[in-house]
Design a protein around this ligand. Structure first.
Ligand code: MN3
Length: 202
């Protein structure tokens, strides 16, 4: 069975950038439902219920066709949110990455500010619901977007960082002002965790 991971901090830890009520609903209602739906759709497939969610969505071609779309949507969203919670943390002094990750960002995007601008514009430009990602693809860093619950894992990529731009992630506090949400979100990125994920790959 798949289980809803606990948040690694309190619901109000990301205030004032992301509000307590949004975090509570986002985790306890939205993410919980994706996990429940995934377990329900796999109820008759015990082998798949034992899988790791990342392996599950990496190999969608092996999922029986009649349940594939539901596994893609709910498995994708389970994996996406599980990453999203841990790459955020209470606002700290460390607002930018350091070490090897910063070097690599500078190499691929010229500077951290240019990286941030590009990521932010991708987030603002994405039509409808979806996610923005920082991936390692063929040994290089790239920014990508996915619609709905899709994940770069489905394309064989590894992600270091993601941002949820579904309206449920920001509507209570920011309404239609997605850019304000994205600008605020940079203050709660957990660069230590993102660096840790990068170090594991190199
Ligand atoms: Mn969400």
């Amino acid at each position: 069975m798949f289980t809803l991971p606990d948040l690694p901090y309190n619901y109000n830890a990301l205030e004032p950038f992301i509000d307590e009520k949004t975090m509570q609903l986002h985790h306890d209602a939205h993410h919980a439902v994706y996990v429940k739906n995934l377990n329900d759709v796999l109820a008759n497939f015990p082998d798949l219920l034992d899988a790791n969610v990342e392996d599950l969505i990496k190999n969608l071609g092996k999922i029986p066709e009649e349940i594939r779309t539901k596994v893609r949507n709910n498995g994708g969203q389970h994996a996406n949110h599980s990453l999203f919670w841990v790459i955020m943390a209470a606002p700290s002094q460390q607002n930018i990455p350091s070490g090897n990750l910063l070097d690599e960002i500078n190499k691929n995007f010229e500077s951290f500010d240019k990286f941030k601008d590009k990521f932010t514009s991708s987030a603002v430009a994405l039509f409808g619901s979806g996610w923005i990602w920082l991936n390692v693809n063929d040994g290089r860093l790239e920014i990508s977007t996915t619609p709905n619950g899709d994940s770069p894992i489905m394309q064989g990529k590894v992600s270091l960082l993601n941002l949820d731009v579904w309206e449920h992630a920001y509507y209570l506090k920011y309404q239609n002002k997605r850019k304000d949400y994205v600008d605020a979100w940079w203050s709660v990125v957990n660069w230590k965790e993102v660096e840790k994920r990068f170090e594991k790959l190199i």
